[in-house]
Design a binder for this molecule. Structure first.
Ligand code: HEM
Length: 127
């Protein structure tokens, strides 16, 4: 299970930390976020979602119910531009978080994680 391969929760904390540090300075994405540069809640939700998706604890669903990500993203205009900027920051965050993984797992984790977010981001595009 990827959650265990990457060493557990700290890996997902790192991905989301690097990702949201970039979003907080992104003039295209930041206006979409209802709480603006106060990203504490958004960081918490994304961290729990990603760790649950990859086989970690089900805290996300305990707190938020079924993810229903398309519905939850419906209020935000997500076109190719928003999708691409979101992915740019997420792929950079995945690269950063995987640097410290053992050589024998790094490339596979990167490939699986990047493939997943690339598909998911396209699925959430609504424009
Ligand atoms: C395609 C570009 C995307 C944009 C512009 C975008 C934007 C947003 C915004 C504005 C929010 C509200 C922030 C908040 O939680 O308060 C949000 C929430 C969230 N996003 Fe995205 N998102 C994108 C893609 C994705 C993808 C690909 C995933 C999953 C792989 C994802 C997972 C989530 C989750 C889990 C939440 C919190 C949902 C909740 O429990 O309320 N997002 N997103």
């Amino acid at each position: 299970m990827l959650f265990d391969v990457v060493g557990g929760q700290a890996f997902f904390d790192k991905v989301v930390e690097v990702f949201y540090d970039a979003v907080e300075h992104d003039p295209v994405l930041l206006p979409l976020y209802p709480e603006g540069s106060d990203t504490i809640g958004a960081r918490h939700r994304l961290t729990l979602f990603l760790s649950q998706y990859w086989g970690g604890p089900t805290t996300y669903s305990d707190e938020r119910g079924h993810p229903r990500l398309r519905m939850r993203h419906a209020p935000y205009v997500i076109g190719e531009r928003e999708r691409d900027r979101w992915l740019l920051h997420m792929v950079a965050a995945i690269e950063a978080a995987t640097v410290s993984l053992p050589d024998e797992v790094r490339d596979a984790v990167r490939a699986d994680f990047v493939a997943y977010v690339t598909n998911a981001a396209e699925h959430l595009r609504n424009q």
